[in-house]
Design a protein around this ligand. Structure first.
Ligand SMILES: Nc1ncnc2c1ncn2[C@@H]1O[C@H](COP(=O)(O)OP(=O)(O)OP(=O)(O)O)[C@@H](O)[C@H]1O
Ligand SMILES: [Mg+2]
Length: 137
């Protein structure tokens, strides 16, 4: 499925609707350049899961945890050296806790882990437009 959004709010609502299809233990890889809108999309997913707290980028913390209808684990692997480090922070434990894992910069871990769903966010030609492709693997 591919969606075109014209602003941040529209990307959030795509994320919000997408949240309805998520099942416990699901791994979602978020792809896209810096500033594409991965974190914005996660904000929408959080809203869809009934999470009221503010969603901020976990760049320095690697993972932020939110409690909604099911737990949401928001990873940003940008600063991660390798998949080994992901193992060290206990990624497997997160997986077994019945939450959904939304992971920015999953490329760093793809040799070791496989996503269930890939979300690709690409800049459109006009300012503030984005193309969002969601596919199950
Ligand atoms: N259609 C759109 N969808 C999403 N964000 C948009 C859109 N148009 C403009 N923006 C802006 O683009 C930026 C997206 O930032 P965001 O932090 O979500 O990017 P990111 O992909 O998570 O980047 P990073 O890899 O640095 O974490 C925000 O400033 C947002 O306001
Ligand atoms: Mg981000």
């Amino acid at each position: 499925m591919t969606y075109i959004t014209k602003n941040e709010r529209e990307t959030e609502s795509i994320g919000e609707n997408f949240a309805k299809s998520l099942k416990p233990g699901c791994i979602v890889a978020l792809r896209g350049e810096m500033g594409a809108g991965k974190t914005v999309f996660v904000r929408g997913v959080a809203r869809g899961l009934g999470i009221s707290g503010r969603v901020t980028s976990p760049t320095y913390t690697v993972v932020n945890e939110y409690n909604g209808e099911m737990p949401l684990f928001h990873f940003d692997l940008y600063r991660l050296g390798s998949a080994d480090e992901l193992f060290e922070i206990g990624f497997d434990d997160y997986l077994s806790r019945g939450g959904v894992c939304l992971i920015e910069w999953f490329e760093k871990a793809e040799d070791e882990y496989a996503p269930d769903i890939v979300v690709d966010i690409v800049y459109g030609e006009e300012e503030d437009t984005r193309s969002i492709n969601i596919r199950e693997i």
